[in-house]
Design a protein around this ligand. Structure first.
Ligand SMILES: Cc1ncc(COP(=O)(O)O)c(C=O)c1O
Length: 364
C-alpha cells in the first residue's frame, strides 16, 4: 500500500530556487552593522522618487487589484506602440516564464536554452514534464547557431536571455535577425530582456525585439520592472507578443496576479526617464571601475552588457564567497553555474564596489 502522498514524478528532478542571501539573515548570522547585497542584480539606487510619491498615500488595501492592469496597460501600450492586447502582466517575469511553459509544454516536449543561463527556464519546463536541451555557448555567450542545430520535431519553446544572466553576454541584432528567420514558426521563441536597458550605453546596439514581435507570430519579449526601474519587491513584469499568444497565456493567468500598489509603482516608474538614465549612467561608471580593478589584479572577467559581472578569481569561489559574506558582502559563487572559480557580482553603487574590491584583495 502506498503510504505517502504521491506528487508528480517530474518534481523529483526539481530543486527550489536559491535566492541571494537576504541582508537581515547575513547581518544577524555574522553580527554585522551593515551588509551590501551584490547577489540579485537589484538597483542600488532604489527607485524613482515618483514611485515613492505615488505609493505614499495608497490605502485601497481591502479592494482586489484591477486584474487587467488597465491603466498600466494603456500607458505601456502607448509608449511601446503596441495594442493593449499585445501585453500580459505578471508577478515578475518569473511568473510569465512559468505561464509560457505551462501553456505550451506537454509531457515529453522539448525546450532549448543555453547551458549557463537563467535557471527558471529549465525549471518551468521540467515542472511540466518537458525535456530541456542545453545549447553550447561560445565565449560564455548564447550560440544561436547551436540552438538551431538542436531543434527537433518536439521542440516547442526556446528561451534566450539577452543580455544573459549570469554571464552578462549579449549578441548583436544581425545575429538575432538571422536566427529568427531560420527558427520554424511553430516554435515559441522567447527573448528575456530583463537587463536590456543596460545595453543602451554599451557598444552593443539596443535590441529590436519589440519590432520583431509585430512582424513574427512566434516571438515573445519579456521585460521586468525589477532591475533598471528598481521595483524588484513589487513583482511586476510583462510580455509583448501577438494577440494569439497573449490570449492563450491569459487563459491560465491568475486573475489578480499584480497587486494594486505594484501597478501604481510601475505606472509612476514609467513616468521618470531621468531615474532610468541615472541608473544606466552609474552602471557604466561602476563597470569601468571594476574592469580597471580586475585588470590590475590580473583577474579575467567576462565583459558585461548588464548590471552584474562574472569574474574569475582563480580560486574556489565558494570559499571566497563565505569570507566575503562574513565581512558583510553578499555575492554569488559560480559553482551553481558550473563555473567554480567565478563570482557573479551585481553592480552596487561605486562606494559599495570600492568596499568589495578592498575586501576581495585581502583574500586573493
Ligand atoms: C534573466 C532574468 N529573467 C527573469 C528574471 C526574473 O525577474 P522578475 O521576476 O523579478 O521580473 C531574472 C531575475 O533575476 C533574470 O535574471
Amino acid at each position: 500500500m502506498i503510504s505517502m502522498v504521491q506528487f508528480r514524478e517530474c518534481l523529483n528532478s526539481l530543486r527550489p530556487y536559491t535566492p541571494g542571501r537576504p541582508i537581515e539573515y547575513v547581518q544577524k548570522e555574522f553580527n554585522l552593522e551593515s551588509v551590501i547585497k551584490l547577489a540579485s542584480n537589484e538597483n542600488p539606487y532604489g527607485c524613482s522618487k515618483k514611485v515613492i510619491e505615488a505609493i505614499k498615500n495608497f490605502d485601497s488595501h481591502s479592494i482586489y487589484p484591477d486584474g487587467s492592469c488597465l491603466e498600466l496597460r494603456s500607458k505601456l501600450s502607448g509608449m511601446l506602440g503596441v495594442g493593449p492586447n499585445n501585453l500580459i502582466f505578471g508577478s515578475g517575469t518569473d511568473e510569465l516564464i512559468y505561464l509560457l511553459s505551462k501553456s505550451i509544454i506537454n509531457s515529453g516536449d522539448e525546450c532549448i536554452t543555453a547551458e549557463i543561463s537563467f535557471p527558471q527556464y529549465a525549471a518551468s519546463v521540467m515542472a511540466m514534464d518537458g525535456k530541456v536541451t542545453y545549447s553550447k555557448m561560445k565565449n560564455y555567450a548564447y550560440d544561436l547557431n547551436d540552438i538551431l542545430a538542436k531543434i527537433t520535431a518536439r521542440t516547442k519553446i526556446i528561451y534566450i536571455s539577452n543580455p544573459n544572466n549570469p554571464t552578462g553576454t549579449a549578441f548583436p541584432k544581425e545575429q538575432q535577425l538571422d536566427f529568427i528567420n531560420k527558427v520554424p514558426k511553430n516554435i515559441l521563441t522567447v527573448f528575456d530582456e530583463a537587463y536590456a536597458e543596460f545595453m543602451a550605453d554599451g557598444d552593443m546596439a539596443p535590441t529590436e525585439t519589440l519590432q520583431l514581435t509585430k512582424a513574427h507570430e512566434n516571438i515573445v519579449l519579456l521585460k521586468t520592472f525589477s532591475k533598471a526601474y528598481g521595483l524588484a519587491s513589487f513583482r511586476v513584469g510583462y510580455a509583448v507578443a501577438n494577440e494569439y499568444i497573449i490570449s492563450n497565456l491569459e487563459k491560465i493567468r491568475n486573475p489578480f496576479n499584480v497587486s494594486s500598489i505594484a501597478q501604481a509603482a510601475a505606472i509612476a516608474a514609467l513616468g521618470d526617464e531621468s531615474f532610468l538614465r541615472y541608473t544606466v549612467e552609474n552602471n557604466q561608471k561602476v563597470k569601468k571601475y571594476l574592469y580597471d580593478e580586475f585588470s590590475s589584479l590580473g583577474l579575467p572577467y567576462i565583459p558585461s552588457y548588464a548590471n552584474f559581472i562574472m569574474v574569475d578569481i582563480k580560486k574556489d569561489s565558494n570559499e571566497i564567497f563565505k569570507k566575503l559574506m562574513s565581512e558583510g558582502l553578499i555575492v554569488r559563487p559560480g559553482a551553481a553555474y558550473g563555473m567554480p572559480t567565478f563570482l557573479r557580482v551585481s553592480f552596487g553603487a561605486l562606494h559599495e564596489m570600492e568596499k568589495f574590491i578592498s575586501v576581495l584583495k585581502k583574500y586573493l
